[in-house]
Design a protein around this ligand. Structure first.
Ligand SMILES: NC(=O)c1ccc[n+]([C@@H]2O[C@H](COP(=O)([O-])OP(=O)(O)OC[C@H]3O[C@@H](n4cnc5c(N)ncnc54)[C@H](OP(=O)(O)O)[C@@H]3O)[C@@H](O)[C@H]2O)c1
Length: 315
């Protein structure tokens, strides 16, 4: 097990599985002898380092957006499209999807398989940890500054995030949407294998430290009852249904799912504004299921089905 980062972190210590790991610099030579790399760097760094790791003989599971829409790179959510992983042989790279997309497709997939999704409208409420450590530090610093009548500094986000909401995640695109909203569209299509699925997203950064939520409004080709939709979600892998407003738990919130690996779904109701339509609320820990847990689940599948001694020899 190796811990690699930029030159800034060399020599720092990390605890992993009872071991103490010293951080080394992620140079191409550092990947020698490594089987699987869990890469969690920005897109530019992944673009430079992933081919070097593959050349050294590793399979790379990349968290960045760089390879996600590459036709020769599988974009995998193990509960949804594990079969796509076989495509890793083309480039030696597996892409881990966008954090809000992961949780939405985990909840949408069982409904899609039974009812065939015809349209999705998604509004996200995304935590500052989705912007990395810089985002967490900025919300903390702004809250402290506000309580102490200090100056507010804004660098990680376009505007003040403390006690505010920003409908702006990643850069704006020519059509007036954002790259984050485009990720939800294109990545959902790729993972569900629904290349023409109409999907409209509004992605909003909220002053929550960790845990993304998505309000999903989905229409389907087939009619269904609310109870049938509940039954599909209740038995879906990776989903915890928390949908009973009569109980104290009632519905999931980001604080309640912090540190959890599942996607939590609640507030299920038929949408009377359109035929065969359902509204629901899903919440997950974006650092876990939206990033690290999904990457580790991909690694486990890779080792079990593709790299291990008994692995199936499919391409
Ligand atoms: N946070 C989320 O919810 C989430 C979810 C899904 C996907 N992602 C994606 O995952 C990636 C990482 O996100 P994050 O939130 O973990 O970011 P982060 O907190 O900013 O961490 C970035 C990591 O990349 C390392 N790094 C930077 N430049 C490097 C270089 N030249 N060579 C080697 N390592 C370098 C950093 O090391 P130093 O500490 O030494 O600088 C740090 O360990 C991004 O592409 C992000 O879009 C994030």
């Amino acid at each position: 097990m190796l811990a690699l980062a930029s030159a800034r972190s060399v020599g720092e210590s990390l605890r992993f599985g009872g071991e103490e790991l010293k951080v080394a610099c992620a140079t191409p030579a550092a990947f020698a002898g490594v089987d699987v790399v869990l890469m969690a760097t920005g897109a530019d760094v992944s673009a430079a380092l992933a081919p070097a790791a593959v050349a050294a003989g590793a399979v790379v599971i990349d968290n960045s957006s760089h390879y996600r829409l590459d036709a020769d790179v599988p974009l995998v959510v193990p509960e949804v499209n594990p079969e796509a992983l076989a495509l890793h042989r083309r480039k030696g790279i597996v892409a881990n999807p966008n954090c809000a997309t992961v949780q939405m497709v985990v909840a949408l997939a069982p409904l899609h398989r039974s009812l065939t999704t015809t349209r999705v409208v998604a509004c996200t409420y995304q935590a500052v940890s989705g912007r990395g450590k810089k985002g967490i530090d900025e919300l903390s610093a702004q809250v402290m500054a506000l309580y102490n009548h200090g100056d507010i500094e804004t660098t990680a986000f376009a505007k003040r995030i403390a006690f505010n909401c920003l409908p702006h995640i990643d850069a704006f695109t020519a059509d007036g949407s954002t790259k984050e909203e485009q990720k939800l569209l294109h990545e959902t299509r790729k993972i569900l294998g629904a290349a023409a699925l109409p999907l409209c997203a509004t992605c909003v950064r909220v002053p929550v430290f960790n845990g993304h939520a998505v309000a999903v409004h989905a229409s389907f080709a087939k009619p269904f009852t609310l109870e049938a939709a509940r039954a599909l979600l209740r038995t879906a892998p990776g989903v915890v249904l928390r949908d009973d407003t009569e109980t104290p738990e009632a519905y999931p919130t980001p604080i309640e799912v912090d540190g959890e690996d599942a996607t939590f779904v609640g507030r299920l109701r038929l949408d009377p504004s359109a035929a065969n339509s359902l509204s629901f609320w899903c919440v997950a820990d974006n650092l876990r299921k939206g990033a690290a847990t999904n990457a580790v689940q991909i690694a486990e599948l890779l080792v079990r089905d593709h790299l291990g001694k008994g692995a199936a020899a499919t391409a």
